[in-house]
Design a protein around this ligand. Sequence first.
Ligand code: 5AD
Ligand code: SF4
Length: 444
Amino acid sequence: MNNMQYNSFFLETYGCQMNVYDSELVRSLLIQTGLRETTDWKSADIAFLNTCSIREHAESKVHSRLGNLYAAKRQKPWMLIGVLGCMAQNLKEELLQNKPYVDIILGPDSYRKIPEYLQRHQSQNHIVDTQLSKYEVYEGLFPSREFGTNAWIAISRGCDKFCTFCIVPFTRGRERSRSLESIVKEAKQAVDAGFVEITLLGQNVNSYRSEKVAFPDLLQEVAKVDGIQRIRFTSPHPSDCDDQLIEVIASNPKICNSIHLPLQSGSNRILSRMNRSYSKEEFTRLVEKFRNAMPDIGISTDIIVGFPGETDAEFQETLDVMKTVKFDSAFTFKYSARPGTKASEYTEQLTEAEKGERLERVIQLQKAHTLSQNQKMIGKTVQVLVEKASKKSEFQLMGRTDNNKIVVFDRHHFKSKDMIVLHINDAYGMTLFGDIPEKEKICD
Ligand code: 5AD
Ligand code: SF4
């Protein structure tokens, strides 16, 4: 294809891992059309923002970046600005009306047509495609990944759960799964490209189903791919975790002993108003099952504070469940009303100050739990997959344990992708510190 006008593109990703994966698909398509990627939006011919609508804050960040891009476009009018992903889906009218300098608006199911749209844009002012598909799973496209240890592979798209706070079922449409063959093929390609860890992705990864294959079977099949050292997945829904899943994770050494179980709230009344389909008792029983099968399993969660109508006592119940479970880590959020969702119509919205105060309490409690859970690792000898240089010192590296904890250690002779054995000797904040076990140091 001939993109005479355009040579370079800038692509920025906001939001979840699914967006990171989608950007890898978009990057691959753009490179195939002969474009070169740049990290400098000021000089790029094309600037695409792959956006997120999950909370208002995520949208604000994009609005402010669009301001920067508009300023750049005034200096070079040929610049093409595109908004991709959830905000495109969610806010297309607003964008068309208030930000007419945005040239292309594409929802999450429209990326395949990007090369065609770039061609067409040369003769057409605005291009808007936010058609959601029941079928698009981007079969046959190979993502262009940033080099590293881990490759993300989307195994399903969309969500049918309709949690009342969540915009995803509206922005990403109905849930659909890819074929087992195409997932295994992509895993093999990722290994051939040098990746050693695979993370399977889906908005509800464990409700995956295709050709009579359920999620635990898929995990086993991916684990058979030669060269994969570790398999992770995110995010499962607690209601779709069955005994087979626990059994498969516990028994297959390649599948990491770590699970993200979004609690959202510890109050049964709030869980029901959120349409979460489990009670706090069912949730804690599930955690117990995981821990009985894998005592060292790392369990992370998502918690929303200040859901409409959440009383002090109900918020306290969330803290109580946290104290019972002691999550290894948590993503914590202030409830953010998303227009179009059911919960945004509930009348008893809390003030920002109330939500802020609750969030702070959740964060402080989780910090204490993260530290105490990490301290349990001190004295253990564990396998660590080396990832990259540590943030703080060029003489140190970072890697992850099987149960998904970050370990920092001296560089020695280690390099990225080595699977090494470390003795954990300290825990600080969210990080573990390790070193080569004494008896092996002699040979170092
Ligand atoms: N407000 C706050 N947090 C939200 N999440 C999803 N929607 C909202 C919202 N409207 C959180 C949930 C979910 C995570 C990905 O984002 O905790 O699990
Ligand atoms: Fe949103 Fe709920 Fe679907 Fe997760 S399961 S994407 S929170 S609707």
